[in-house]
Design a protein around this ligand. Structure first.
Ligand code: ATP
Ligand code: MG
Length: 402
């Protein structure tokens, strides 16, 4: 098969292939970008694979960066672009089921394509826009099927992250998983416990944010792979709530929203503990925690000024979207109205700070000062107190806080 129009991302990268070829080596576009080009989907990173070894690649180009030279990857800087150029390789011995214990550079494209995870990820594309398809990936692409390259159980046994990648690709591409591949995913799922949770998080997160996340999630549930993920053991029923409680066309609008709803569905009591087990960033943990708090607040009450101020309108909207998708009462107008009428959105907007109070009243830094500042903030947000110096100082005197 030949691509009719080589997408511009590849055209721009053609000089790289040509330079490598004129130095006497083979070079191809490989990986997800080729799959996406054939499908007519947007292309992100154009990856290049070559028979030249890293040191040889570095001699071909003027500007290169060693980004992962032990894995054979050299970053080539060309004009405004940068491309990962990776030596053809095989990954032979997996002792710990995580990462190849040994990467061997090879001169053959076929060897390189064989180690790739799914047939639709194992294409190469040459400079003439000819697709090299050694594993019948084109048939799978048109049948919308994910099939492991080679013997599925061996491939997942080598690297169990591929199981999660499979669910993720099903969710992104709206693909079914070929039965033997799926059976191997089930069989090797216990090996997920050996995979770094950060890598699993990335795949699960991409799954939840994908257009066809319901499909990806269903594969995760049906395969029982969730049994081997932190805090998800024996949670099939709760996981299923994501698809049964949210309306059919619902798409998460942010990762934080997706994970917050996951935690809500799982009835997680200790959000921080969950996030620590998934090794999320602290910022992510904070956002998810706040969204769960807002969700719980909203189950009992309507939003008010203080809640809008504390969490910000964006978080309230994210929660309201989740509610809307479940046919719960929503009021987006109220959120916008509360926000529009907030006297301040941040405590730094308050015209008096701790320093002023220390100077004016000779107060000492410490918990008492903190309490007064909180009382000022609360009163301003509530609308009882004007954000004006004299009024605030009077407030402090009147309240007998001194
Ligand atoms: P995306 O659209 O998310 O970038 P992608 O298919 O490009 O999807 P990447 O993670 O960028 O996925 O990997 C690039 C290519 O490297 C894949 O298409 C696949 O051929 C190969 N690959 C990546 N990870 C693995 C893995 N764990 N096992 C086997 N092959 C892999
Ligand atoms: Mg990619």
């Amino acid at each position: 098969m030949k691509l009719n129009n080589l997408p511009s991302e590849f055209q721009e990268a053609l000089p790289i292939l040509e330079k490598i070829k004129s130095a006497g080596f083979d070079a191809y576009f490989v990986g997800g970008s080729v799959r996406d080009a054939i499908l007519g989907r947007p292309i992100h990173d154009v990856d290049i694979a070559t028979s030249s070894y890293p040191q040889e690649t570095k001699q071909i180009f003027r500007r290169t960066v060693d980004v992962g030279i032990e894995h054979g990857t050299v970053l080539v800087l060309e004009g405004a672009h940068e491309y990962e150029v990776t030596t053809f390789r095989t990954e032979d011995v997996y002792v710990d089921f995580r990462r190849p214990s040994q990467v061997s550079f090879v001169r053959s494209l076929e060897e390189d394509l064989k180690r790739r995870d799914f047939t639709v990820n194992a294409f190469a594309l040459d400079e003439k826009a000819q697709v090299i398809d050694l594993f019948d990936g084109l048939t799978d692409l048109s049948g919308k099927i994910l099939r492991a390259v080679g013997v599925p159980s061996e491939r997942f046994g080598e690297d169990a992250l591929r199981i999660m990648r499979g669910f993720r690709f099903a969710a992104v591409l709206d693909f079914e998983i070929e039965p033997v591949t799926f059976a191997a995913m089930k069989e090797t799922a216990p090996l997920l416990e050996k995979i770094s949770i950060e890598r699993i998080f990335i795949e699960f997160d991409k799954l939840l944010m994908a257009c066809f996340w319901r499909k990806g999630l269903q594969f995760l549930i049906d395969s029982q792979a969730y049994q081997y993920l932190p805090c998800l053991t024996n949670q099939a029923e709760n996981l299923q709530k994501l698809t049964s409680h949210l309306s059919d066309d619902f798409q998460f609008s942010s990762s934080e929203q997706a994970w917050a709803f996951l935690l809500i569905a799982l009835e997680v009591k200790d959000v921080k503990d969950f996030c620590r087990k998934w090794k999320t960033s602290n910022d992510f943990m904070k956002s998810v925690h706040q969204l769960v708090e807002v969700w719980n607040f909203r189950l009992e009450k309507e939003y008010d000024k203080q809640t809008c101020y504390k969490y910000g309108k964006d978080k309230l909207i994210l929660v309201e979207e989740l509610r809307q998708s479940q046919d719960l009462v929503v009021d987006f107008e109220r959120i916008l109205d509360l926000d529009a009428h907030l006297t301040i959105h941040d405590k730094h907007e308050i015209v008096v700070n701790g320093g002023h109070l220390i100077k004016e009243f000779g107060m000492k830094p410490g918990p008492d000062l903190g309490r007064i500042l909180n009382a000022i903030e609360f009163a301003i947000v509530d609308g009882h107190l004007e954000n004006e110096q004299e009024a605030i100082l009077d407030f402090v005197k009147e309240k007998g806080h001194l």
